[in-house]
Design a protein around this ligand. Structure first.
Ligand SMILES: Nc1nc2c(ncn2[C@@H]2O[C@H](COP(=O)(O)OP(=O)(O)OP(=O)(O)O)[C@@H](O)[C@H]2O)c(=O)[nH]1
Ligand SMILES: [Mg+2]
Length: 484
């Protein structure tokens, strides 16, 4: 792969780890432990490097694995011998960045590694950048003496090149031994019939037919068969094509790490809600609390008291029934925990003020709002003045009328003055009434508003804010786990 996936996968693991830390004890401890362990294992895998693709040459002794290794690498690095078995220790050729951690893990000795790109800077090798080619000991030696290597190698193999000898291929059933485990990954296998330079044209076709038949018997007929000769180079470009094909997709190690990360993420997501419940608007909750405490009735009484021309005694807001406030808190909690799994629900309930505290805070807020005065003094004074003017005007008008009957010239002046005064008085009384009405509406509104503000502050501090913090955690954890 040209684009490195290792750093991307590492960042993803760190993102999930961060989410786990943030979720903390709001996850089931067993789930948390398992997720952390799994992620540690993925990181170990990533430490080996997942940006290399691993191709292994396997097969019976003397089939020509080491020769094919040399032919593919265009180097004479692997030991080719006549004494059987020749290769007792795995050898590796690496194209591109060194794969030291991976090769340490696969127990390939330092002196048995060669870096292809540093050995020769031929640009024709660029298509194999990122490849690790392994020359393994023969099938029997691997099966008997390299069990640990096999265990480590199998999950990392991106392509298995099975090198067979044209004389002996039928001896080793292709499904034998440790390779059986790879059977279900036959898309990652190629059979190379080597040493075809020793065969006639007819012999080649016969071998191809036989090998094809054996593969079909094993149920892996789709495995490609390449006739090749490490000695003459025949078929070797075909094999190299398979090597570069492997490099075009992500390494199995990267895919496995990706799958494991996805599996961890899915398991964690099961311990989360699909989304965060919506928080009710605090003023709506505050309205319900005010209503439970009879605030609308108190405001209405205040309003009619201020409207009344005569003084009216008012009683303040009454301490509400504890059960009504508890019920509001309970239904609020039920709404904001819907769809949350158990531990997150517990976290939400644990974050809000206790029922007792909430009741006391709400009551203190209700009680703390001073009731505006029940009497509008300005209007009262104006009304008094109006009444006095009205009475005085009436008296003067009557007096003026009497004077007029006696043909006193002053009569007309006194009577019209009196009428004017009475009109002014009546106007004052009437405007005093509309002033009281306006004041009454204003004071009732102000009282309701101040109560609403005070109770909203309690709802915000005791319920809304603490739960918003828990839900913000939930959202951060949920999106962190879900990933990009
Ligand atoms: N004629 C011919 N001989 C080959 C070819 N490839 C390998 N040989 C010979 O076969 C013998 C075994 O080759 P190796 O490459 O050592 O075989 P190997 O599979 O690595 O054997 P082990 O390491 O013992 O498992 C050597 O003598 C090679 O020269 C080929 O394509 N044609
Ligand atoms: Mg060998």
């Amino acid at each position: 792969m040209t684009q490195e996936v290792g750093p991307e996968l590492r960042a993803r693991v760190e993102q999930i780890r961060g989410a786990l830390d943030r979720g903390g004890d709001r996850f089931e401890p067993a789930l948390l432990d398992r997720a952390r362990t799994d992620l540690d294992r993925v990181l170990e895998r990533l430490e080996l490097g997942v940006d290399h693709s691993v191709v292994a040459l396997v097969g019976g002794t003397g089939s020509g694995k080491s020769s094919m290794f040399n032919s593919l690498t265009r180097l004479a690095f692997a030991d080719v011998g006549v004494i059987r078995p020749t290769t007792s220790q795995a050898a590796a050729c690496v194209w591109g960045p060194a794969a030291d951690k991976l090769l340490d893990f696969l127990q390939v000795a330092k002196e048995r590694r060669i870096l292809r790109e540093s050995a020769l800077t031929g640009t024709d090798e660029a298509d194999l950048h990122g490849l690790v080619l392994l020359d393994l000991p023969d099938h029997d030696s691997v099966a008997t003496g390299h069990a640990e290597l096999v265990n480590r190698l199998l999950p990392l193999i991106d392509l298995l090149i099975w090198v067979v000898d044209p004389q002996k291929y039928a001896d080793n059933a292709l499904h034998e031994g440790y390779l059986r485990e790879l059977q279900n990954r036959h898309e990652a296998m190629v059979v190379v019939v080597n040493q075809v330079d020793t065969l006639t044209a007819a012999g080649k076709e016969a071998v191809r037919g036989d090998v094809g038949r054996l593969l079909a018997e094993d149920g892996i007929a789709d495995v490609p068969v390449i006739l090749a000769s490490a000695r003459t180079g025949e078929g070797v470009p075909d094999v190299r094509q398979h090597l570069s094909r492997v490099l075009r997709s992500e390494s199995i190690a990267a895919r496995t790490a990706r799958d494991e990360i996805a599996a961890v993420s899915r398991r964690i997501a099961d311990g989360l809600g699909e989304r965060e419940p919506e928080l009710p608007a605090p003023d709506v909750t505050a309205g319900a609390l005010a209503e439970a405490a009879g605030v609308p009735a108190v405001a209405a009484a205040l309003r009619s008291a201020v409207e009344s021309p005569t003084p009216v005694a008012l009683s303040g807001v009454q301490r509400p029934a504890r059960s009504r406030i508890d019920a509001i808190r309970e239904s609020w909690l039920a709404g904001v925990t819907t769809g949350l799994p158990g531990r997150w629900r517990t976290a939400v309930v644990g974050a809000v003020a206790s029922a007792g505290d909430f009741f006391e805070h709400a009551w203190a807020a209700l009680e703390g709002v001073a009731q505006p005065p029940a009497r509008d003094q300005v209007a009262a004074r104006r009304r008094l003045l109006g009444v006095v003017a009205l009475v005085l005007g009436a008296v003067l008008a009557v007096a003026g009328a009497i004077l007029l009957t006696q043909s006193t010239p002053l009569g007309i002046g006194v009577a019209s003055g009196g009428v004017l005064l009475a009109i002014i008085g009546a106007a004052l009384v009437l405007t005093a009434r509309s002033l009281r009405r306006r004041t009454a509406a204003e004071r009732a509104d102000r009282y309701r508003r101040e109560v609403a503000e005070a109770v909203t502050a309690v709802v915000v501090a005791d319920l809304h804010q603490p739960v918003a913090a828990v839900l913000a955690d939930h959202e951060a954890v949920r999106t962190g786990v879900a990933g990009p």
